[in-house]
Design a protein around this ligand. Structure first.
Ligand SMILES: O=S(=O)(c1ccc(O)cc1O)N1Cc2ccccc2C1
Length: 407
């Protein structure tokens, strides 16, 4: 009996993994949520999620199996896998349950709440697994690249699944208290960018003052160059305020730490300058600091999960310095920006300071979810080594290195 049940689940797993995820745009999510206030569309939401959630889970679980052996066998990774398997199993229980029965929809909604709670600590637990593997086996470049590729896709998949679960539970779950009536689920159709910038700045400043006893001031300039609006109109877009806050809070922490540490001795610290610009296609939020910057050769490291997974003892004093990169702050913030077709870019002038730019889509119909798709292209990344460099390198093989003559 056990084997038959297990094999039945595996068959279902392969079935759902064979479908591609269906990306939704912010526009679609808004329209759906607006009609959602009437009772009809908890049923439509159920019908969509009944298939889409198992499809997204199965797609990313296919990739988990392609991870390097050394990582797969880490206890923390096995724990995360067990959470995904359990959640997948609970979802396919609803495979043939009719959407006509409101009781079934209520049971589905509470299952989503349970799944969201089960997966609360997935990021930390995976980071723990990476750390366990690093300490047990060390890491070669190929594995490092595959793990970087995987974690970007794995965390993006998780962001998207939590987005769909949050929309459904906020729109159709128990009335959550103190939520803004103008919001559609976790989306604000008219998210005031300056307000979120100020909120994130104040909270980062509070932490900075607590730890460094001082914090740099901020100066914000806004420029509305959108054709249908005046230059001084407030800059608003349909967006998820909590995602925007997460990105801004991370960038302000980095900027404040840089400025405070770089100007620790002398008096007044240079301002953090923020530009908010709304164009035809992009809203750009540029955060400029004079924190001494970082060499170009090290910029990529800031987005490496492996690099920012520091060994335990170092982590403890980092934890005491609240502004210190919580390891995954920048890579996760960039995923939030990319999730709805935006991005985060860093441009640094080493010896002076760094500009961090958040790019967001102005038009909600262009803000489509960016989802990892498990296919041959993805599969190949896990099976092919980094190609040989097709640009010259200072010590390429055909030149015997100078030192060999002196040996
Ligand atoms: O690498 S950075 O240029 C830097 C990176 C990202 C960012 O958002 C802002 C930044 O300023 N910067 C981070 C940091 C921390 C401690 C001491 C000095 C610095 C320099």
């Amino acid at each position: 009996a056990i084997t038959s049940v297990a094999s039945a689940n595996i068959l279902k797993f392969e079935k759902y993994a064979s479908f591609n995820p269906s990306p939704l745009s912010l526009k679609k999510l808004l329209e759906f949520g607006r009609t959602g206030q009437k009772n009809g569309s908890s049923q439509q939401s159920y019908i969509f999620l009944q298939k889409e959630l198992p499809v997204r889970l199965a797609n990313i679980m296919k990739e988990i199996n392609l991870l390097p052996e050394n990582l797969l066998k880490m206890p923390s990774v096995q724990l995360v896998i067990s959470w995904y398997q359990q959640s997948f199993k609970e979802l396919i229980e609803f495979e043939n349950k009719s959407s006509e029965d409101q009781k079934i929809i209520e049971s589905f909604t509470s299952t989503l709440v349970n799944i969201r709670n089960r997966h609360t600590n997935v990021v930390e637990t995976m980071a723990q697994g990476v750390l366990e593997m690093k300490e047990a086996y060390g890491i070669d470049t190929n594995s490092e690249n595959r793990i970087q590729y995987f974690l970007d896709r794995f965390y993006m998949s998780r962001i998207s699944i939590r987005m769909l679960i949050n929309q459904h539970t906020l729109l159709f779950g128990k009335r959550e208290k103190n939520n803004d009536p103008r919001h559609i689920g976790c989306i604000d159709p008219n998210c005031n960018v300056l307000a979120v910038v100020q909120d994130a700045y104040e909270n980062a400043r509070f932490l900075c003052e607590q730890y460094y006893l001082a914090a740099p001031d901020m100066m914000v300039k806004t420029h509305n160059n959108s054709v249908s609006e005046c230059e001084t109109d407030p800059i608003q877009i349909a967006y998820v305020p909590s995602h925007l806050y997460h990105m801004l809070f991370e960038l302000f922490k980095n900027a404040m730490r840089a400025v405070t540490e770089y100007h620790s001795d002398e008096g007044p610290m240079p301002l953090i300058k923020v530009m908010i610009v709304k164009g035809q296609e992009d809203v750009t939020i540029k955060i400029s600091d004079q924190g001494g910057g970082i060499p170009r050769s090290k910029i990529d490291l800031l987005f490496q999960y492996m690099y920012s997974t520091a060994p335990q003892p170092a982590r403890s004093d980092i934890a005491s310095a609240p502004l210190a990169g919580y390891g995954y702050g920048l890579p996760l913030s960039r995923l939030y920006a990319r999730y709805f077709q935006g991005d985060i870019l860093l441009a640094s002038a080493e010896g002076y300071g760094t500009d961090a730019c958040i790019y967001l889509k102005v038009l909600s119909n262009e803000a489509n979810e960016v989802l990892p798709v498990y296919n041959k292209t993805a599969d190949k990344v896990y099976h092919t080594d980094i190609p040989v460099n097709d640009w010259s390198s200072p010590w390429s093989t055909n030149q015997r290195s100078f030192h060999s003559y002196t040996k």
